[in-house]
Design a binder for this molecule. Structure first.
Ligand code: NAD
Length: 497
């Protein structure tokens, strides 16, 4: 539970100072065009800040600064232990400013401040700490060549890393890219989502305060088709790490082909299945976690368990439990520690969600929710919604990215696994069973980057996170995240034996 009350959070929100300029070469600066865009609080409709609207000219300035910093070695050639010390200070600064970091994301994109202060903001500090601590413990290799040759195989930073991230976990998505890329010695140019740029700008300020040198970490807020595309097409960006939709991920591969063949890493969409077998003894725990798996963060989670396959024998009992959980997770003021869900990121996203819901009312069985609501007479809110539906319904096929669960009954293990895999996505999956052999058998068959057994969405700094199929490739988190941000470089030394 959050340590502050609704009144205390509201008072703090009223005192916030927002950094709204771009952060380039160690300084806050306006966009060269002078343009700005409004960052809106989706819970109230109020404008929080007028943010610098960067475009190709600003991206170019940032890339030039990042390249200069990389080439002169102020960060790229610092000892790993030195980079570690700076990033550990950054982790500490995030902790010292935990309430502010949490509020920034809650106000900017509508998530519950209680989640932001207990999960997102501490997570960002932890991920910086974890990558910092790892970087001076990675050893390079000497290849087993013949006598007279010494072949050193070293991981070297790749150069200028462009990072383009979404709005659903603004601070954490920025951190997942920046922590690993910076620890490895790269310079970073980050473009946050236009819907929620504020925590990334504050993060850049804290990074500078921690001692990250000028030019090493730059943040260019702006729109995708301008600032994002400019980063994707830039000839001086060596690697582009993207998290967002599958459609835009495909564009980044095109941008790379049209420009300098930069390495592209994609964490994209999902439609993750959650399989509940009748032999699962603790159906209450399964229902709790199934509800969490789809309604946490308003369902705006790439790995949300949005398709639930339940064995027909327990379907009605399980649906009742789910409806009961949904009733207890109704949306409220995101600053209220008692609210069950927060606001949807913006009006466009609400309308997209409600199109699926309205179509579902005539093509599927509505079990819970199904309405847009307001809180205190305003805002972008949608009830936690559950449909029983068929495998071929768009509710069960498309990524809705909202609090909408599709429940589909099954009669056999083979049928459940086949339906779970019948999707273009492969990010995550969950299985609930007390039969150990079945747990292993089904996990092995599921096409997903992460399979959680008797839980949902298991995730930690120690384990790689990423997708298969059209959920992307490359992994965030864990030591494997360094694979994206380093190149293997071989140096042959010939000596006289
Ligand atoms: P999005 O693809 O619309 O936007 C993501 C980022 O790409 C934003 O910064 C945006 O400005 C930029 N962008 C948009 N159009 C662009 C273009 N034409 N050229 C260059 N850049 C462009 O996604 P979103 O709506 O912000 O986020 C939701 C999506 O993100 C969902 O599909 C979700 O599954 C995915 N996501 C995936 C993960 C993961 O780890 N796999 C995590 C979070 C979110």
């Amino acid at each position: 539970m959050s340590d502050l009350t609704l009144d205390q959070w509201t008072a703090r929100a009223g005192q916030m100072n927002f950094r709204a300029q771009a952060f380039i070469d160690g300084r806050f600066t306006d966009a060269a065009s002078g343009k700005r865009f409004s960052s809106i609080n989706p819970a109230t409709g109020a404008a929080l800040a007028e943010v610098a609207e960067c475009d190709a000219a600003d991206v170019d300035r940032a890339v030039i600064a990042a390249r200069r910093a990389f080439d002169d070695g102020r960060w790229s050639r610092a000892a790993p232990a030195e980079r570690k010390a700076v990033l550990l200070r950054l982790a500490e600064l995030i902790r010292e400013n935990l309430h502010e970091m949490a509020l920034l994301d809650s106000l900017d994109m509508g998530k519950l401040v209680q989640d932001a202060v207990t999960i997102d903001a501490p997570g960002a500090a932890h991920f910086f700490q974890w990558h910092a601590e790892a970087i001076d413990k990675l050893y390079d290799e000497v290849a087993p060549t013949g006598p007279g040759d010494l072949a050193l195989v070293r991981r070297v930073p790749i150069g200028v890393v462009g990072a383009v991230v979404p709005w659903n976990f603004p601070l954490d998505m920025a951190t997942w890219k920046a922590a690993a890329a910076l620890a490895a010695g790269n310079s970073v140019v980050l473009k946050p989502a236009e819907q929620a740029p504020l925590s990334a700008l504050r993060l850049a300020e804290l990074a500078a305060e921690a001692g990250v040198p000028d030019g090493v970490f730059n943040v260019v807020p702006g729109y995708g088709p301008t600032a994002g595309k400019a980063l994707g097409l830039h000839m001086n960006v060596d690697c582009l790490a993207f998290t967002g939709s599958t459609a835009v991920g495909k564009l980044f591969m095109q941008y790379a082909g049209q420009s300098n063949l930069k390495a592209v890493w994609l964490e994209t969409g999902g439609k993750s299945p959650n399989l509940v077998f009748a032999d699962c003894q603790d159906l209450d725990a399964a229902a709790d976690m199934a509800a969490f798996g789809i309604f946490f963060n308003q369902g705006e989670v790439c790995s949300a368990n949005s398709r639930l396959y339940v064995e027909r024998a327990i379907k009605e009992e399980f649906l009742e439990k789910l409806a009961d959980r949904a009733a207890g997770m109704q949306p409220g003021n995101p600053l209220d520690p008692a609210a069950g869900m927060g606001a949807i990121v913006d009006e466009k996203q609400v309308q997209g969600i409600m199109r699926f819901v309205e179509a579902g009312k005539t093509s599927a069985r509505l079990v819970a929710g199904g309405e847009r609501v307001s809180v205190d007479g305003k805002g972008c809110f949608v009830q936690p919604t559950i449909f029983e539906t068929a495998q071929d319904n768009p509710l069960a096929r498309d990524e809705i990215f909202g609090p909408v669960l599709s429940v589909i009954p099954f009669d056999s293990e083979d049928e459940a696994t086949a339906m779970a895999n019948d999707t273009i996505y492969g990010l995550a999956a969950s299985v609930w069973t007390d039969d150990l052999s079945r747990a292993i058998r089904v996990s092995e068959k599921l096409h997903a980057g992460t399979v959680s057994v008797n839980t949902v969405d298991a995730l930690s700094a120690q384990t790689p996170f990423g997708g298969m199929k059209q959920s992307g490739f490359g992994r965030d988190l864990s030591l494997h995240s360094f694979d994206k941000y380093t190149a293997l470089k071989t140096t042959w030394i010939r000596y006289k034996t």
